[in-house]
Every structure is written in C-alpha cells, then in structure tokens.
Ligand binder design. Sequence first.
Ligand SMILES: Nc1ncnc2c1ncn2[C@@H]1O[C@H](COP(=O)(O)OP(=O)(O)OP(=O)(O)O)[C@@H](O)[C@H]1O
Ligand SMILES: [Mg+2]
Length: 853
Amino acid sequence: MKIISLEMLNIRSYQHQKIDFPEGSFLLSGDIGFGKSTILLAIEFALFGLGDISASSLLRRGQREGMVRLEFEINNQLFTISRSLQKKGENITQVSGYISTNGNKRDLTPTELKAEILKILGYPKELLSKQKNPIYRYTVYTPQEEMKQILLAKREERMEILRKIFGIDRYKTIRDNSDLLRLDLKRKASMFENSIKRLSEIKEEFNKTKEIVSNLTSNLKSIKNDLDELKTKENNLKVTYEKIEKEFLDYQNTIREIAVKESELNNTKESILRMELRINELLGDNKNIDIKSELASKEANFNNLLKNISKAKDQIKIINKNRIEASKLEAEIASKKIFIEKLEKDVKLKQDKMSVLKGDYSRDINAIKKEIKSLENIIENIHLRKKGINKELDSSMKMKEKYNKRILELRIESSETQGRINNLDKDLSSLNGLTGVPLCPLCKQNISEDHKNREIQRILQEKDKLQLKLMESLDLIKKLEAKIDEIESEIIEIIIKHVSVQKEKISCLQKTLEETEIYNSLLNEITQFKSEIEKSNIELSKKLDNYNALSLSIEELLPFEKEINLLEEERHNLQNGILILKEAVKINADIQDSAKKQIEIANILSHLYSKRTQLSGIEFEKKSLQESLNKLTQERIIKEREEAEKTREVKLLTERIKGLSNELNKLEKYALEKENLERISNWIDKYFIGLMETIEKEFMESLRHQFEELFSRWLENLLEGEDLNVFIDEDFTPHIRQEGFDADYDSLSGGERTSIALAYRLALNRVINNLVDEIKTQDIIILDEPTDGFSRKQLDRVRDVLDMLGMKQVIIVSHEPEIESYVDHVLKVTKRDGVSRVEGQEYIVNRKTTFSI
Ligand SMILES: Nc1ncnc2c1ncn2[C@@H]1O[C@H](COP(=O)(O)OP(=O)(O)OP(=O)(O)O)[C@@H](O)[C@H]1O
Ligand SMILES: [Mg+2]
C-alpha cells in the first residue's frame, strides 16, 4: 500500500488540511502538541474506522461534523476512502461514507466500509467482528505511548496478542475442534452399541429359519408329486366317466323316445278310428258307392246348373233394369202431369186478370208516351208564361204590361215635378236672404222689397200647383200598382187552372199506358204457357207409350224369377253333396297316410325296444364310477390345501428371512461404522491432536527463531558497542544479559528501553510480513516518536536500521532535528491559535491531486 494523500476536516487540532504524501521516507516534525500524531490517527480512522480510537478524541472540540478522506494505491489501483463523524447532542457517531475504486464510487455504511477495506488490504475476515485491529497496530502503526506496552504486558497477554498476530490461534482452534469432533464420533459410535447387541441373536434366528424353510421345501416337493399323481388319476377317471355319461344320456333319450313314439302310435290309431266313423256319418246308407265317380258326376251337374242359373240371372237383370226404368218413367210422367196442371192453372189465372181490364188497348204505347211528353211541355210553358199558349193568360199579361208602362211614365213625371219644386225652394231661400236694395239674383236688376215679396208669392203659388200635381201622380201610381197585383192573382189562378187540366190529361194517359202494358204482358204469357202445355202433352204421351212397352216386357220375363229360386235350391243341395263327397275323399286319403305312419312308428319302436335292452345296465355303472371320482377329487382337494398351507408357510418364512437379512446387513453396517468411528476418534485423540501441538510448537519455534535473529540484529545495530545480549524465550519474552549478567528491563536506561522496544517492533513487523503473503501493508511503516531518549549516536544508527528495513514508504514522527538529514522529505507541522497546519509540501507543488476540496 502507498498512501497518496490525506484530507481532514475538523479533526482534533485541524480545521481543514490536505496533505500530499511523498514516496520514500519522510519526517513529520513539529513541537509538542502541534498535531503530528493526529495525522496518523486520521489515517487509521480513515482505514478502519472507530475501534482502537474513540470518536470524541477525533472530532475537533466545538464542531458538530468532521471528515477524513484518504487516497491510497495498491497494485496500481487507486482507492479513496472517506469517513465522517457527526455530533448529535453529546453523542458522536460515525455516519455513512464512501469508497471509490479507480473512480468508481460506492456509498457504504461504516461496517460495509470496514469489510471492503479488509478485503482490499488482504486482512483476515474475522477482524470484521473485532473492535481492535492488532495486525495494523503492530505491523504498520503503533501509537507512540503503546510502543513499550507489548514488552511490559504480562506473558499470557503478550502471547495472546502474538498468537492472534501470527495466526497461531488456528492451531488451538483445530485442536479444540478436533477434540469436539472426537467426542462427537465417540458419541455416535456409542449410539450404535445397543443396535449391535442384537446382531448375534438375529444371526441365530436367521440360520434357524433358513433350516426350517429348507425342510418345508423338501416336504412341499413330495406333496406336489403326490398331487400330480392324484390329478392324473382323476383326469383319466373323468374321461371314462364322461363316456359313460354320454351313453347314459343316450339311454335316457331312448326311453323318452319310446314314450313319445308309443303315444304317437296310439294317437294315429285313434285318429284312424275317428276318420272311419266320420266317413260312415257322411255317407250313411251309401257306404258302398264309388265316391270319386259320384263326385265327378255331381260336379258335372253342378256346372250345368251354374250355367242355367247364370242365364236366368241375366233375364232377371233385364227385368230389374226395366223395372227401374219403368219406375223412373212413372215418376217423370207424374211430374209432367203436375207441371201441365200448374201451367193450365196459371193460364186460367191470367185469363181472369185480363177479364178485369175493360179498356181499349189497341193504341201504340210509344204514341201514348209521346202525348204525355207534349202535355208536360205545355205545363212547363204555362209556368214560364209563354205567349200563345192560352188566350186568357195572354190578355191578362198584356194588361199588366200596359199598367207597368203607365207607372213608369208617372214616376218620371213625378221626379221632374219634384226637381222643379226643389228649384223653387232654392229661389225662395235666396230671395229670403236678400237685405236692403239688392241686385235681383234672377233678373240682375235692383229690386225693391215689394218686388221681392211678389216674386216670393209667385214662387209659392207655383210650388203649390206643382205639389198638387205630384200628389195626384203618386196617388195614380198607387192605384195602378193595386191593379197590377189584382191582375197577377188572376194570372196565377189561370196558370193553376190550366196546369191542372193538363195534369188530369197526363194521369189519364199514364193509366191507359200502365194497363196496356199489363194487358200485353198477360197476353204474351198466356200464349207462351199454352204452347208449353202443348209441348208437354206430346212428351207425356211419348213417355206413356214407353212405360206401357216396359210393363209388357216385365210381365213376359216374370217366370224367370220363379225358376231362379228353384235352381238356387238345387245348386245349394248339389254343393252340399259335393262337399260331403270331397271330405270323404280327403278322409280316405288321410286314413291311408295314417296307416302308413302307424307301420313306420311300429318299426321304430321295435328298434328302440332292442336298444333299451342293450343299455339297461348303464345307470349302475355310472353311479359306481361317480362315487370313485368323488373320492379321488376329495383326496386331491385335501392335498391341494396341504400344499397351499405349506407354500404360505414357506412364503412367510422367506419374507422373515429377507427381513432378517436386511436387519443383519444394517447391523453389520452399523458395526462397521462403529468400528470406523472409533478408529477415527482414536486417531484424532492419539495422533492428530498431538500432531497439531507439534506443528504449533514447531511453527512457534521457527517464528521465535526468526524473531530472535531479527530482534538481536536490529538491537545490535541500535546499541552498537554496548555489551548487551538478548534472546527470546518460547513466550516471546526478551531476556537481556548485560556484561554477563541477567538484566531486568526496568533497570535499563530510557534509550536502551526505547531501542529494545523499537527493535522488538521492527522484528515483529518483519516476521509478520514474511509470514503472511496476502497482506498488502507490507511495504509501509509508520513510527511515532521511535527515538525518544536516543543519544546522537543512536539516532545516526536509526538511519541504517531504516535502510535495512527497505520499506517503500516510511513515516516518522519525531522532534529530533537530526532525523531530518536522513529522510527523503520533511513535513513541518505548525500550530497557530489552536489550529494546526502542515508546511513544506513544495515537493508536490506540481502534483495533480485526485480530489478537490
Ligand atoms: N478533540 C480535540 N479537539 C481539539 N484539539 C485536540 C483534541 N484532542 C487533542 N487535541 C489537541 O491537539 C493537539 C495536537 O495533538 P497531537 O497528539 O497531534 O500532538 P503532537 O504533535 O503529536 O504532540 P507530541 O509531540 O506531544 O506527541 C494537542 O494540543 C492536543 O491537546
Ligand atoms: Mg504525538
């Protein structure tokens, strides 16, 4: 590891300081209490956190937050680690920090940071759970006041520390664990003890069972042989029995067949008897006739009879047909007669109606209609008051016209007279309006009052005359209008009178018209009915002729009806006779068949009787055979049961043997296992634990030897020329002999004690670094005041010692100015107003810092 830089914020006497570390050896110089040790503590804190250092001794008093950031390099990899402190109330704790590897930054908790740094530095993982870190404290950096502590500590304590540092602990752990393992193995072996006890017992049972099974197996074999023999015998007997059984069945069938055939024979005999009785019954006295020829002649007669019947039936058909036709004609004739009668009645009725009409109906109907039309025209014209229709009406109309004309003249006249009166009124009013001697409005001359009065008088006279005339005219108009009203009433009366005359004429004509029409239609109908009656009479006479002809033919054919009854009776008798003969013929044939069958059955029966005699002993034979077969089967079943029992027994015992064998195997395995466990346990006890002790001793001895060599060498170097001999005992306690005498550590001078302490430290450093390869802090050493109490001569020798160490980076803290001359660089630590500063970093002026503040 190579430390590159350190940055501190509020750490002890520092407020903010960044230090770039040079390569090689360098001195941190400065007065007491200036802040040298603080830098070293800050480095340790940055790497391992709190543990060996308390938080309150790190955070600058009066500050609430502090931070340390360390940059270092291992195997060309650049690491930055940063940790922070925070004060809450009176408590100061470490909060999360970060670690960055080649610029790859990760925020981690304090524990995570510690785990990561142990990994980076190659320190044992177990240190993670430990508060203190002896490897760093004894190989890289020992705080100044602890330098001599290892020498002053008690032997056991020292050995404890050294064991930890050298990793000798592990041998003790191996021994302890081995002992635990040995005990565990022993316990396991004793667990098998009880099970193994049963081993001989099971072995004995196993062998005994095997013997029983072997005996049972040979017994089972002989049973099987007996059983096979029995089965062969039984099968042979079964074959014979089956044959006999078949014969017995045959015998039984024969008996059954005999019974059947015997009953069949009896039935046949009975049936022949029945049939002979039936023939006698059918033929009666004609028993001896030739039935077949009789049947043939009867059948011939029957056929002839059938022909005659058919002929008669044809005739009867004709009669029936004629009868139907005659009855049809009868009905037609009757209906015709009714029809004619009805027509004649109708003619009579119509003739009666005609006799009621008494008028002259010779006139043409159209002429009457024309006359009615012209009369209707006259009525219309009268209503229209057309001239020339009626003289009386013409003269009244003329008179009315004359009076109307006169009224019109009088009205014109009256209106003129009224106009003249109006003019006179106007003149009067203008004359009455004149005052003084005015100009006459009429004659345009100056008029006098007299003249005016006269003129008024004249006008009034003229006005009276005119008014009289007007009155007369109006009176005359009234009189004329009354006259006209009278004439109008006369006219209306004339019209009514004349119109009613015409209407009378019309109604007379309409009556004549109606009656003429009725008369004509009745006449037509009567003529029509009469011709119908004539036609129907002709048809009726024709039908009557037909009917008479049919009646005659029916009468002629009537004998056939009587004949057919006789023929039918004959046919019935003949048919019966034929049926009887036919049955007799059939029964005769059946009798012959039955007789034949009777002979056949008798033959079969005689054959069956002889077979029954032959097989008569078979039943007994079958019974005795069955008995011996049953006996044999019983014997076989007993043997089979015996076989099954023995087989089951063998099976059960075989299973038991299997179980015992498994158990035996298991127990034998246990025994073997127990033996093994005991052997291993003994081996651990007798050899392995002893071996570990030896290895540990050997290892310690070799370490002690190395350590002693280095320790004496460093010490010799530091105390050159002094008569001081040292050796290290097995507890790593240095023993000093001064001038041939054993010397106590406390009796030595301060310088001598510091030299021994430094030599011890350096030797320790070298031995550990030689021992553990993977530790990455082998090439750095930090010495805080290692030269306390040294003489000038001794200080010179420190240089040689440091050269001999051959470290890449050596950090020395010292007040001694001599040391400045043999280190590569000097960093001056100063303090002003309670704040420390580091000076003398000019050698790194141009060096590029990897982080900014
Ligand atoms: N928590 C703190 N806050 C402020 N100052 C502190 C704190 N702890 C210690 N100091 C002071 O910081 C100063 C530097 O201490 P440090 O141990 O670094 O001194 P030094 O240079 O190593 O001295 P010496 O030569 O005596 O060993 C001392 O004056 C000390 O009392
Ligand atoms: Mg100090």
